[in-house]
Design a protein around this ligand. Structure first.
Ligand SMILES: *Cc1c(COP(=O)(O)O)cnc(C)c1O
Length: 439
């Protein structure tokens, strides 16, 4: 499969290049040149298949031309070492729980898949006797959630070393322990600055010729095709599990969105034939996409800080993919996708109400998805919203808002018991470069 850039100014790339580079030379996002439709027979019997079987069929459509069948199957099965179940919350509202992975958020799926795919390509390079030093170094800047998913996704994966850069004192203790206690091939770097400083260090490193001579660098950014496409797996599985219960007609998928990678994967699924009637992009107060749907104008803004902080994005990168997917047509986009936007007061109210009414504990991100369905679902529709993170990841907030004591799952508690280790760093690129040159 060839991947083209949404900016149309860069040469096409094969999968290997698209995964290693992440972003095209013209700063555009890679898109597969074709999206294969899955046959009707697949959907006719989908409810008889397991999550892993379904995911492999979807993975084969995207990656089957570039990765041999046995390896791809292994990558998919290793990635999905946990379930993504669909659970009824009330009436015709269901939740797709995406928090059963190692770091309790949906980003685990993409990060685990990308780590294994990258390892596959590194092994192939070694086999053909490349002169280059085998080890690949992944640099990732994080404000919290991405760092933990990427670090855990790559943990113990041979041939890859991960450097997680995070702003000192600006990441919650629960988030911090998920990437500073791992050891092995994961190094946490505590930058004396803010998130933007971390991102600037990473960007400078990619552009520094001397550093790139010294070591192979790559990013594990969420715009990477190997991170966003595998997210389609769980939408197909959600459809199958709803069909099993006879609830798959007039299905509405609702996705709490920030950078729009997650909903973009769902839309790719729809292009492959996934029978979903319509989609809702649920936003917090960062309403750039919501405004686009209303006005046809895409006007990025500085991001606003909210309770659902993983969705605090003022210029969602994957908008470019959605725009491209529908031929830049506002009409086609609005025919399939609607929007919703909630401020922090509304998120709090939703979390309280949902708990009182149903006993289900929402996290602030999932709350946007739930509320959009509660307000926007027709009587003959069934809605599924993504619970993108476990409420215990935002324990202080959830406890205070809902008035409960959220239980911390064992796998999260285990991180919190570990010993924190990180490398202190200034925000000066010269210091970061000097450090990497000695690695
Ligand atoms: C990353 C994240 C989101 C936003 O997902 P996008 O793919 O960026 O739209 C929503 N909720 C949680 C908990 C996240 O970590």
């Amino acid at each position: 499969m060839k991947y083209y850039s949404t900016n149309q100014q860069a040469p096409t790339a094969d999968l290997h290049k698209a995964v290693v580079k992440g972003l095209a030379e013209d700063r555009g996002l890679y898109m597969p040149e074709k999206i294969k439709k899955l046959p009707k027979t697949f959907f006719d019997t989908i409810e008889t298949k397991t999550f892993q079987e379904i995911a492999y069929t979807v993975a084969d459509a995207f990656f089957g031309e570039d990765v041999d069948a046995a390896s791809l199957k292994q990558i998919v099965y290793d990635t999905l070492s946990f379930d993504c179940p669909v659970v009824q919350v009330k009436g015709n509202i269901y939740t797709l729980e995406l928090f059963h992975g190692p770091t309790l958020a949906f980003k685990d799926v993409g990060a685990r898949f990308m780590a294994r795919l990258l390892q596959y390509f590194i092994r192939k390079e070694t086999e053909v006797g490349s002169q280059e030093k085998g080890e690949v170094n992944v640099l990732v800047a994080t404000s919290g959630d991405t760092g933990s998913a990427v670090a855990n996704g790559f943990l113990g994966v041979e041939g890859i070393h991960v450097y997680v850069l995070y702003p000192k004192g600006k990441v919650s203790p629960i988030q911090e322990c998920q990437f500073t206690t791992l050891g092995k091939n994961i190094t946490a770097i505590e930058v004396d600055g803010v998130f933007d400083d971390c991102q600037a260090l990473v960007k400078n490193a990619f552009m520094d010729a001397e550093l790139n001579q010294h070591m192979k660098l790559t990013s594990a950014n969420s715009i990477n095709v190997a991170r966003f496409l595998p997210q389609a797996f769980y939408y197909f599985n959600a459809y199958a599990r709803m069909k099993e219960q006879g609830k798959a007609d007039n299905l509405v998928m609702c996705v709490p969105s920030g950078n729009f990678g997650n909903i973009c994967a769902a839309l790719f699924g729809h292009e492959m034939g996934l029978p979903v009637k319509r989609f809702i992009a649920a936003n917090n107060a960062n309403d750039i996409f919501f405004k686009y749907l209303q006005t046809g104008k895409y006007e990025p803004k500085a991001s606003k800080q909210t309770l659902a902080n993983a969705m605090d994005v003022g210029d969602p990168s994957n908008f470019a993919r959605i725009y491209d997917l529908y031929g830049k047509s506002h009409e086609r986009i609005t025919a399939l996708i609607s929007g919703a936007t909630y401020n922090d007061d509304q998120i709090r109210e939703t979390m309280r109400q949902c708990y009182q009414e149903t006993g289900y504990i929402l996290d602030p991100h999932g709350a946007c998805g739930y509320q959009a369905l509660a307000e926007g679902l027709a009587a003959d529709e069934t809605g599924v919203f993504c619970e993108t993170a476990h409420p215990a990841k935002f324990k202080e907030k959830v406890d205070e808002i809902v008035g409960i004591d959220v239980a911390i799952p064992d796998r999260l508690a285990a991180f919190m018991k570990g010993t924190k280790q990180s490398v202190p760093m200034t925000k000066d690129f010269a210091d970061f470069k000097k450090y990497l040159l000695t690695q």
